[in-house]
Every structure is written in structure tokens, then in C-alpha cells.
Design a binder for this molecule. Structure first.
Ligand SMILES: Nc1ncnc2c1ncn2[C@@H]1O[C@H](COP(=O)(O)OP(=O)(O)OP(=O)(O)O)[C@@H](O)[C@H]1O
Length: 264
């Protein structure tokens, strides 16, 4: 019975989640339920609480109230590394790569979190350590191929063009083999062609790894083409949720967001 209840639980759920910064209510009464393999968009004007929501779910911020559940298990207040180990990976608005490491090493470092090998094992050349290292490298190389970065594997991350760096961030997040990938404005700074390719990449990752994706995005074409469901925030509150078509048709959403300059 307990196991049935757990397996019926959504992949991610927030309940009554809230965060205030010295009296400023950045997020309140937040609730969302995301299924396995679902691609969900979070949209809203600047300052509406989108990044705060990501920081709360991934452990970078502690909520003022409310709870976050992953497959029915409370992950509220856990540190980011533990949330990641339990299956949630994220990217940030700006790139946060290891600039001096190679492209492959960036992804490998993340993959090794998933396939850890003890230092004594590595130093002694134990077979288990070699197997873990090999598994991590296989994961890393597969992700570089999927993200179209295999030919840049040995370049320093710092030398990558901007768009490639953004894809490397995604490869690195995926290397921890999450059940949920959270992308914070992945199309920011990309041109139309790169944005189109990004949407295809996110779809491929979902198909290949059965990962669910939550994406914060201002690029409406990306949101409308990619997302199966969209939640709209304004001033820290959910003001709409539905299919992209439903959200686009909502008068309340249009007034709060789509008609504003932010949607341009
Ligand atoms: N660490 C912080 N300390 C104080 N205030 C903060 C902090 N982080 C966010 N805020 C405030 O909380 C509100 C929500 O910010 P948040 O970054 O979540 O919005 P957003 O929807 O992600 O905006 P954007 O689209 O500009 O990234 C804003 O008023 C912001 O100034």
C-alpha cells in the first residue's frame, strides 16, 4: 500500500511554498505538480518569482513556508548536493562552467557524482574504480554527442562560443542523470536558429533519458512549441496554468504578462 502510494505520487510537487526577503513576498502559496517525463514552462514578468521557485526546489534557498516533494518524499530544506543526488539537476541564468577545464572534464566531473569511485581505489587502480571511471566517461561522451559538442571535447570550456557553453551546461546537468531537469532561461542570448536547436535538444533529452523538464523562459516561441503545460507567475503568485494555447488565450495572463513589454 505504501509503495503504491509512493509510485502514484507526482515526480515533483510543491505545496503552499513561500519565500519572503525582508518582508518582500517573492513567492507565495505556490503549488505545482509535475509528472515523470513532462515538459513544463514557467513564465512571468521580471521579478515574478521564477528563479526564487527554482532556488527553493533545488535547495539553494530555504522556504519561509511550505514544502517540496520529490516522488512523495519531502526534500524541503535539504542542501543542493543532496537534492541533486535524489534526482533534480539545474542550470543557472548565467553559465557556471569550470572555465579552465576541458569540455569533457566539465561533464565528467558531473558524471562522477553519479558514478563515484573512492580515491584509494583510483590510486590502487582497483577494477571497481576503473569501471566507475569508464561508466562516467561513457555517460559524458554520450551527452557530448547528444548536445553536439563531441568535436569540442578537448577544448577549454572558456574558449567555447556562448551558445555551445549553454549546451555544455545542459550536458553537465544531465550527467548526474536526473529525473527532473530545471533550466533557467536556457535560450537567453541565443539567436532564433540556436533557440530552435535548443528546443529539439530538450525534446531529445526527454525521449532518450525519460527526464522531466521545467523551463523558465522569456522566449515565447520556445515555450509554446516545447512545453506541454505552462504555469504563469506574477508578483509571486500563480495566475494561470494550462496548455500553451489555454495560457495564451487567458485574459488574466495577457493582462499580466503576454501583453506587456516582457513578451516582446
Ligand atoms: N536573494 C534575494 N534577496 C532579496 N530579494 C530577492 C532575492 N532574490 C530575489 N529577490 C526578489 O524577489 C523577487 C522575485 O525575484 P526572482 O528573481 O525570483 O524573479 P524572476 O521571476 O526570476 O525574475 P527574472 O525574470 O528577472 O529573472 C524580486 O522582487 C527580487 O528582487
Amino acid at each position: 500500500m505504501g509503495a503504491d502510494l509512493l509510485s502514484a505520487a507526482p515526480l515533483l510537487e510543491t505545496r503552499d511554498l513561500a519565500k519572503s526577503f525582508r518582508g518582500l513576498r517573492a513567492l507565495r502559496n505556490h503549488a505545482i505538480s509535475v509528472r515523470e517525463r513532462e515538459i513544463v514552462g514557467i513564465i512571468g514578468p521580471n521579478g515574478s518569482g521564477k528563479s526564487t521557485l527554482f532556488n527553493l526546489v533545488t535547495g539553494f534557498l530555504k522556504p519561509t513556508a511550505g514544502a517540496v516533494y520529490l516522488r512523495g518524499q519531502a526534500v524541503t530544506n535539504l542542501p543542493p548536493a543532496q537534492v541533486n543526488r535524489l534526482g533534480i539537476a539545474r542550470t543557472f541564468q548565467g553559465t557556471r562552467l569550470f572555465a579552465q577545464l576541458s569540455v569533457l572534464e566539465n561533464v565528467l566531473a558531473a558524471a562522477q557524482l553519479r558514478h563515484p569511485s573512492s580515491l584509494p581505489g583510483v590510486l590502487l587502480g582497483l577494477p571497481t574504480a576503473r569501471a566507475a571511471r569508464q561508466a562516467a566517461e561513457n555517460t559524458a561522451r554520450e551527452l557530448l554527442a547528444l548536445t553536439g559538442l563531441e568535436h569540442q571535447a578537448n577544448l577549454r570550456a572558456a574558449s567555447l562560443p556562448y551558445g555551445d557553453g549553454r549546451r555544455l551546461e545542459i550536458a553537465r546537468a544531465m550527467a548526474t542523470r536526473p529525473a527532473l531537469l530545471m533550466l533557467d532561461e536556457p535560450a537567453a542570448g541565443l539567436n532564433a536558429g540556436e533557440t530552435h536547436a535548443l528546443a529539439q535538444l530538450i525534446g531529445r533529452l526527454r525521449d532518450r533519458y525519460s527526464v522531466a523538464v521545467i523551463v523558465i523562459e522569456h522566449d515565447m516561441d520556445l515555450v509554446m512549441n516545447l512545453c506541454e503545460r505552462v504555469q504563469v507567475l506574477a508578483q509571486g503568485q500563480v495566475i494561470g496554468e494550462g496548455t500553451p494555447a489555454e495560457v495564451q488565450a487567458s485574459v488574466r495572463v495577457r493582462e499580466a504578462y503576454l501583453g506587456s513589454d516582457d513578451a516582446a
